[in-house]
Ligand binder design. Structure first.
Ligand SMILES: NCc1[nH]cc(CCC(=O)O)c1CC(=O)O
Length: 311
């Protein structure tokens, strides 16, 4: 029996996601899922992003803060595969490492949570909205410029506790995380991603391996081609826009009847300016889906110019 060591961050959400991937990998290996921890043991790796609490340092460091230590462990051979939230992965590839499988996507939408209100539109004048995402802030302000945005960092439980303690009137969070944690009963409504594009890759997980290990039999069994084509388009847009924690960028793709439809948008931090593109593609391939994302992203970048970057 080969032992496949899986690395993950240690938050409750990361562990839940990783456990889900672990069971799929073990089943794909043809092993008994009850023995998952022997066949594919989990290694928890603390990243700089988990240690740093200051939002400005996180913004300066970028998404790689949440992936670097895990990728180093993979390159050293301490682990054999890594599981990430795709949304948290930088668009650029790491030399020596590859994405080997993208499992079927969870709900890509943002969720609205509030003890007293059903939707963003229902919030009273000047209400306090908690979010840690520049994109969610900008999209909410585009719709409701009167809202007071409170940047709340921390894991899902911390943010829910803040909402319950009255630190804000409502929260926007990824539905996927709440669903995976069994917390979907907190969701009052969903944001429509055709109107407010969700984050590139939101709700999807990425399984990463050393490039030399690509092609192992279990990988194709865990991979979902529809999800992969959708996120290729979304991440193409991300790459073109060089999006970071300091830019408000959304990209949302659907794939039905072999028709890929991509919606990309970027916003100024206060939501007052908004640049959008929509385009469809028949019979997408990994390359043509990515190219569509790159194209729409570049168009928006050219049109928006320096206004895109939030200082
Ligand atoms: N940046 C934090 C993060 N990374 C992945 C998820 C949720 C799961 C997902 O989007 O796949 C979250 C929490 C959130 O945005 O509410």
């Amino acid at each position: 029996m080969t032992v496949l060591k899986i690395g993950t961050r240690g938050s409750k959400l990361a562990l839940t996601q990783c456990g889900w991937v672990q069971r799929r990998i073990v089943a794909a290996l043809g092993e008994d899922v009850a023995r998952a921890d022997e066949v594919a043991p989990l290694t928890v790796i603390t990243t700089q992003g988990d240690r740093i609490q200051d939002r400005r340092l996180i913004e300066a460091g970028g998404k790689a803060l949440f992936t670097k230590e895990i990728e180093d462990a993979l390159l050293r051979g301490d682990i054999d595969v890594a599981v990430h939230s795709l949304k948290d992965m930088p668009a650029a590839d790491v030399p020596g490492l590859s994405l080997c499988a993208i499992p079927v996507r969870e709900d890509p939408r943002d969720a609205f949570l509030s003890p007293n209100y059903e939707t963003l539109a229902d919030l009273p004048q000047g209400a306090r909205l908690g979010t840690a995402s520049m994109r969610r802030q900008a999209q909410a302000l585009a719709q409701r410029p009167d809202l007071q945005v409170i940047m709340t960092r921390g894991n899902v439980d911390t943010r829910l506790a803040k909402l319950q303690a009255g630190a804000c009137d409502a929260l926007l969070l990824a539905a996927a995380g709440l669903n995976r944690l069994g917390l979907s009963h907190h969701i009052r409504s969903h944001i429509d991603p055709d109107l407010f594009a969700s984050a590139p890759g939101q709700g999807a997980l990425a399984i990463q391996c050393r490039t030399e290990d690509l092609g192992a039999g279990w990988m194709a069994k865990v991979h979902d081609v529809t999800t992969f084509l959708r996120i290729q388009a979304e991440r193409g847009a991300l790459e073109a826009l060089e999006a970071s924690c300091r830019t408000a960028v959304g990209a949302y793709a659907t794939l039905e009847n072999d028709q890929l439809a991509l919606f990309v948008e970027a916003l100024s931090a206060d939501g007052s300016k908004r640049w959008q593109r929509r385009e469809s593609l028949s019979a997408p391939t990994a390359q043509s889906a990515r190219d569509l994302g790159l194209k729409l992203g570049h168009e928006i970048k050219t049109e928006a110019g320096p206004e895109l970057i939030v200082s």
